[in-house]
Design a protein around this ligand. Structure first.
Ligand code: HEM
Length: 709
């Protein structure tokens, strides 16, 4: 009897599970929804989407389901729209950029979107205030460096690279990376000797954020295992802390060098001398991150097309000869410079065709939608990831006839769909789909183009790039066309090739040039230091650091609250604001109504008295005075305060507070849930410099950022 009951219960549960599964299956495969491969409830297509060369599977699906320019798939509950046509990307990511410019969470990084104020990875940040101000700053630094022709750094490093290739050609893959790393380390911290570590750190971050990196990026629930049995989280904690400490150390070293007058033009000097006075960047920590991130992102990106240039040239000797002829005609006995670019269309065409033929961000970088939307009659829910699938854009046979082959003439000869005049300006890689879309479009297009012109131009001037021959059999060693890593940003796997100097004269000239540049650089540095010691020119004093002020960057207090809950509001003064909430949801603290209506983040850098006042507009003011920031490291603290005030330190295991205590940051998340509230946060005893250096509103309104596109 008991057995029979068990069997009946078991059968019943099985039937319930099957019915539930069928219902879920129908839901995730709605015949009226966006076309795409059949989805398995909860899993999506995680079972047959390969981690290696994922873009090839995406392309297979694109050919099958992407007739309308997009298709849909799922991964462990996350919705994806894979965009396969440029027009659709334009519609969704440019025209609707206002609410399609967020980023998905990257599970294996702490606070990848900076939702909790980590402020670390600009390209991965959500569509929030940190992103807006860091993008503005990065854009202005990159533009200024471009105008100043990168302070000569690119020529210097490319000359060094040519000499290294002559002396040690076998090491070419390492020396490419080191060259682009040295360029970035000079632009960032005026110190090329940092390149080795910086490159390592760049690949470390890239691996951590890629689907082909830690398994926790795909099997995301694993990330939430307790830290003791979670090797992925422990490894990331170590990587992260080392990287952040290194960035901070760079900034502090630059400050010391600046004070001694030893720092030449670079982005950190620009920040210390000028920007720190009038920026919304919150302080040293954030500055070290935004500048450090720029250095990293400029390494693993440029390495791809620079390496694929070698592949293109080895496989297409006719085009190599054409580039060499053009460079010889224009530059004669010297290496190409940026001012030669208008007269080097074949070089530019081959660079652009290399990027089209072998795109180094083949899947594209996902945006995330911030609002429900409809497109071509289909519903796109908030939180959907939109993947602008670059491999597909660049293999569209209508725009790029014969897409599988290297055809630079498509940029040079009238009659091809992509031909554009004047040839002094076009082809240019600026605006290529590989650099992304809308408000999140890449900021490094000019830098990439310039570095490729100087670097690839120098290669064409100095070398014949050839297959290497096996010394025993005499046979050509293969240079594979389709072997690469599978990270978000790719580069070819190691291979062998020959760098044959075009003539003995050019070889001598390249070595002489490098010796001369190196000697000049050393002499300049020594002169600079001598002058400093003798108290002569070029001693740059850092301006006095002003007392940081509290800021509320959001222009409208209402904007931070879900629109339906808000009935206007006003900013009373710099530090306080009023929000009127007209509707409440159930739940909330202490059983009283009130979903999360507002929250603010305060950074308290050192011990300080602060006063936080929360007042219900319709009753007495509740005050919690003199909260001392003495309990460092305590993860959560509840303040006994009527009016359903809750505040806590934002130090949960998943919420990455930038090295609390160590680097001087100590953010407090403040939330309040009253029906109608005003809040005042102030520093009661500003006894120490920089005690409070940031008061932000979070979530951050996305309106008003369009101007930054
Ligand atoms: C081959 C070279 C490069 C490629 C293919 C590339 C590609 C991209 C892509 C696809 C994005 C995301 C766009 C989107 O979400 O729609 C991006 C963002 C970005 N790139 Fe590049 N990039 C390159 C070089 C560089 C360089 C040299 C720098 C600067 C040193 C740079 C700085 C950035 C920054 C700061 C962002 C973040 C923009 C934002 O989130 O608002 N990139 N890049």
């Amino acid at each position: 009897m008991q057995l029979l009951t068990l069997v009946i219960v078991g059968l019943f549960m099985l039937i319930v599970a099957v019915v539930h599964f069928i219902k879920a299956f129908r839901e995730v495969n709605d015949p009226n929804g966006i076309p795409g491969p059949t989805q398995i409830p909860y899993l999506g297509r995680v079972h047959d989407l390969p981690i290696q060369f994922m873009w090839l599977k995406f392309k297979e699906w694109a050919d099958k389901y992407g007739q309308q320019g997009f298709y849909r798939t799922m991964m462990l509950g996350a919705e994806f729209i894979v965009v396969t046509d440029e027009k659709v990307a334009e519609d969704l990511l440019v025209k609707r950029a206002k609410y399609n410019s967020d980023r998905p969470v990257i599970q294996s990084l702490f606070d990848s979107k900076s939702t909790h104020g980590s402020m670390e990875y600009l390209p991965l940040m959500g569509h929030n205030t940190y992103w807006a101000r860091q993008r503005k700053l990065s854009h202005s630094y990159l533009t200024e460096a471009t105008k100043a022709q990168y302070y000569g750094v690119m020529y210097f490093e490319v000359q060094r690279w040519m000499a290294r290739l002559l002396e040690n050609p076998e090491d070419f893959q390492h020396s490419i990376e080191d060259m682009s790393s040295k360029v970035m380390c000079q632009l960032t911290w005026d110190d090329p000797s940092l390149s080795e570590y910086c490159t390592k750190s760049a690949w470390g971050l890239l691996t951590q954020m890629s689907p082909a990196g830690p398994i926790t990026n795909v099997l995301t629930p694993l990330w939430h295992l307790p830290i003791l049995i979670n090797p992925w989280k422990r490894a990331e904690r170590k990587r992260h802390d080392e990287q952040q400490a290194w960035w901070m150390e760079r900034l502090l070293t630059c400050r010391e060098k600046l004070a001694r007058g030893e720092l030449r033009p670079c982005w950190t000097r620009q920040f210390l001398e000028k920007t720190s006075q009038k920026t919304s960047i919150s302080g040293d920590y954030e500055a070290s991150c935004v500048i450090g991130m720029l250095a990293l992102v400029g390494i693993f990106t440029v390495v791809g097309p620079m390496s694929y240039w070698l592949v293109s040239m080895v496989h297409n000797p006719k085009w190599q000869e054409a580039v060499q002829r053009e460079v010889d005609e224009v530059c004669g006995n010297r290496m190409p410079r940026l001012e030669d670019a208008p007269r080097l269309p074949i070089l530019r065409a081959c660079i652009k065709e290399t990027m089209r033929w072998k795109p180094n961000v083949p899947t594209g970088v996902a945006h995330e939608t911030e609002a429900d939307d409809h497109y071509q009659g289909y519903f796109i829910p908030k939180g959907t990831r939109i993947l602008p699938f670059d491999w597909s854009f660049l293999r569209n046979p209508v725009k790029y006839p014969d897409p599988e082959n290297f055809r630079p003439e498509r940029w040079l000869e009238p009659g091809w769909p992509t031909y554009k005049e004047p040839l002094t300006q076009y082809p240019t890689i600026k605006g290529l789909t590989s650099f992304g879309w809308g408000q999140r479009q890449c900021l490094g297009m000019s830098l990439t183009q310039d570095e490729l012109i100087v670097g690839c131009g120098a290669l064409a001037w100095l070398f014949n790039l050839r297959h290497k021959r096996d010394p025993v059999t005499g046979r050509e060693l293969p240079v594979p066309l389709d072997r690469s890593n599978s990270l978000l940003i790719i580069k070819p796997d190691p291979f062998q090739m020959e760098f044959e100097p075009r003539s003995e004269e050019r070889k001598k000239e390249a070595l002489r040039l490098w010796k001369e540049s190196e000697a000049k650089d050393r002499a300049r540095r020594e002169r600079w230091l001598r002058n400093v010691k003798e108290g002569k020119a070029n001693v740059i004093k850092e301006p006095k650091v002003a007392q940081p002020t509290l800021k509320i960057p959001s222009p409208s207090p209402a904007a931070a609250v879900p629109a339906a809950l808000v009935d206007g509001g006003e900013v009373r003064d710099g530090f306080s604001k009023t929000v009127q909430v007209v509707e409440e949801k159930s739940g909330g603290v202490n059983g009283h109504g009130g979903s999360l209506a507002e929250k603010a983040v305060i950074d308290v850098k050192k011990e300080a008295d602060i006063s936080i006042t929360i007042a219900r507009l319709d009753s007495t003011a509740y005050e919690s005075k003199g909260l001392r920031n003495e309990k460092r490291g305590k993860p959560t603290r509840q303040v006994d305060c009527p009016g359903r005030l809750q505040w806590r330190r934002e130090c949960g295991a998943d919420q990455n507070v930038p090295s609390p205590g160590r680097l001087g940051h100590d953010p407090i998340l403040l939330t309040w849930t009253t029906a109608a509230a005003s809040i005042r946060v102030s520093q009661r005893a500003p006894s120490r410099l920089g005690a409070i250096d940031r008061l932000d509103r979070d979530p951050i309104p996305n309106r008003g950022l369009d101007a930054l596109a």
